[in-house]
Design a protein around this ligand. Sequence first.
Ligand SMILES: C[S@@+](CC[C@H](N)C(=O)[O-])C[C@H]1O[C@@H](n2cnc3c(N)ncnc32)[C@H](O)[C@@H]1O
Length: 295
Amino acid sequence: MTTSASLTALVVAAGVSGLGAVPRWRGLLDEEAWALADAFRRLAPETPAAHAIAHLPAPLLVGLLETIFVPGMAHHYLFRKRLIEDEVRRAVARGARQLLVLGGGFDGAGLRMARCFPELTVVEVDLPRTQARKRHVLMEIGHPIPRNCRFVAADLSRQTLDDLLASTGATRPELPTLVVIEGVLMYLEEPDVRALFTSLRRIFPGELSVVFGAIAVPDAEGPLGLRLVNRLLALGDEGTAWCCPSHRMAAFVAPLGYTLARSVTYGALQREHRSPAETRRVPEEDENYYVVTGA
Ligand SMILES: C[S@@+](CC[C@H](N)C(=O)[O-])C[C@H]1O[C@@H](n2cnc3c(N)ncnc32)[C@H](O)[C@@H]1O
């Protein structure tokens, strides 16, 4: 297991914080979200690589993400956050009382949603080192962790969610629950992804929705730059493993006890916010987003 905080979580925070400087995107998130992304970018880095990423000028970082990963990637980070926040707000309006965020990284949505909805129980799980770094940054900037927001440190590839949540008593099985798994499942092996969805259904037998991203094709089959970055990230345990294209998702989740309620491809998410000329090079499928409900 890697001994430093997640580099990919930092890349997401840095990409989002970089776009926050562009007036056009400023209205997509609230000021607290921008301030948190900026604080995580500046204060979370512990390694030379992380410092280098965090200190790249924003346009250069956005351009690098576009070139190395996939066209539109920095924007994708921002747009998926908007999609997820909308899903959380919708779920709360429909009666959800619990939000479980798996692999929260350097994202402020759990904290912000806990503050906005005091009746919501928010539980955020991440690897110990990343979560410790997150707490450290929050302490540095004097940002309080709301009383209804709890951080639980765990490695989901080593500990089952059932054991984790039973041993910590962090969640209440009877509450209508939304689970957010943003930019995480690609780092797990397929059996672990299946086990995770099965566990969630068992742990929350009542009303349950899950919003999650899944890459459509393996990074190991992508362009040369992506293959190289994936090999480097794999050295720090952050190489991608599981993928599933959108036309197979309904069949993937059905035997695990879920119905596909919403499917938004990478390209469709970009077209919600950008013009056809801007999205010309954006692939239709990359990290697509899905909402599934417990069947
Ligand atoms: C790409 S980052 C995404 C962070 C955040 N969800 C976002 O989108 O801004 C991936 C996150 O998954 C977490 N993660 C990866 N493997 C994990 C595991 N086995 N157990 C718990 N968390 C994990 C990493 O620590 C990191 O915070």
